[in-house]
Write a protein that binds this ligand. Structure first.
Ligand code: RP5
Length: 163
């Protein structure tokens, strides 16, 4: 067992600019995580080993991003009962609708908590993972509350003419 409770996995190096948004949120909230490239199609054995070991290693949530035929989150959810948060990567060919549909339409019994397409989805995945951990970590809960309050406070009440 390690202190790392959140795994961020992605199908390709090309997913990292998006998935880094999840990592940045976890950095801001002081949550330890690991980031790994695990591809359902290109490294299936790595996927299997990661899913087999995730629970015993102490992971509490896995953020999984993939694009196109995005089978990584669903396959991971089939291999471990550690909650899987899916991030559909925006693709050039189909704008990420392919990724979204691949991730969101899981059969009954093996859920993936599917986020929005792209960067916003990755950031929200970080927040979702932190919220899961906050259930057992009151200090983290307070940091998450403060993060949310700061975001609310940053929203102006009236629009500006700055264009
Ligand atoms: C998926 O294929 C990855 O998640 C990535 O989004 C997509 C393209 O991968 P690369 O060809 O850029 O490595 O498996």
């Amino acid at each position: 067992m390690t202190d790392v409770k959140i795994g961020i996995i992605m199908g390709s190096q090309s997913d990292w600019p998006t998935m880094r948004e999840a990592a940045q949120i976890l950095d801001e909230l002081g949550v330890a995580y690991e980031a790994r490239i695990v591809s359902a199609h290109r490294t299936p054995d790595r996927l299997w080993e990661y899913g087999r070991d995730a629970g015993p290693r102490g992971l509490r949530a896995i953020i999984a991003g993939a694009g196109g035929a995005a089978h990584l989150p669903g396959m991971m959810a089939s291999k471990t009962r550690v909650p899987v948060i899916g991030v559909p990567i925006q693709t050039r060919a189909l704008s990420g609708v392919d990724s979204l549909y691949s991730i969101v339409q899981m059969p009954r019994g093996f859920p993936v908590a599917t986020m929005a397409i792209g960067a916003a989805g990755a950031a929200n995945a970080g927040l979702m993972a932190a919220a899961i951990l906050a259930g057992e970590d009151a200090e983290l809960g307070r940091r998450l509350d403060a993060w949310r309050a700061a975001l609310s406070a940053s929203i102006p009440e009236e629009p500006r003419d700055d264009d």
